[in-house]
Design a binder for this molecule. Sequence first.
Ligand code: OGA
Ligand code: MN
Length: 256
Amino acid sequence: MDHYAVLVFPDQVIDDEQQYAFSTHFGPMETATGDLIAQNDRRLSMNINDISNLDKNGQVLARDDRTRLFGLANMLWHSDSSFKSTPAKFSLLSGRVVPDAGGNTEFADMRAAWDALDSDTQQKCLPLLCEHSQIYSRGKLGFDEFTEEEREKWKPVLQRLVRRHPRTDRLSLYLSSHAGTIQGWPIPEARMFLLDLLEHATQPRFVYEHQWQQWDLVMWDNRVLTHRARRYDYDKPRDLHRTTVSDSAPTLEQPL
Ligand code: OGA
Ligand code: MN
């Protein structure tokens, strides 16, 4: 994980309990409080993030279903749970049903992206703090109908724009669709700056594209990668189950 930051284990025929048990070896676990769906209507337990287009009965969600439209933001480059003050460390994603075509997952290496920045831009980035919220990421797709309760639950949190990995000491950009502004900056200037960085950081030379086979288990380090889902036919089932290991502290409390 320290070296590659994303690992693929093919042919892992596991259930949710086994996936969870394996994941607990890597740190404290998150629960799926970032999911939209109410606890009672969930298909999966709160220990599992439901990365599918299915309802409780295993049927493909209607095209205009709110949960589906919310989930489309997974196709924006993001780092898991950057909208939580203590974000995700590792995510482990198990391919249970995968479409024949499309639906790949891409991972971009934010350490390589940092190393390739000019030093003026690096200096500019180093002290910056960003405000992250699921309201921002969904808003980028025009999804803006949130209840008061959801707005309260997903109030913006501050994250460093640059992070240092505690084991490798390498610096990396912390870019995520959830970032809606930079503290102290006018919003359009902040968003333009972040878009510019993202364009730099997601050049093909920094990206691994994973083409799913059923029973692949893919594990990645959210501290140093940004990732996104790619498009697939919305009426074809796609069912991935994610367990999420949380980081040790908010990024502001981690030494740079
Ligand atoms: C995730 C995620 C991408 C995909 O599970 O966190 O962003 O391809 N998945 O479904
Ligand atoms: Mn994700």
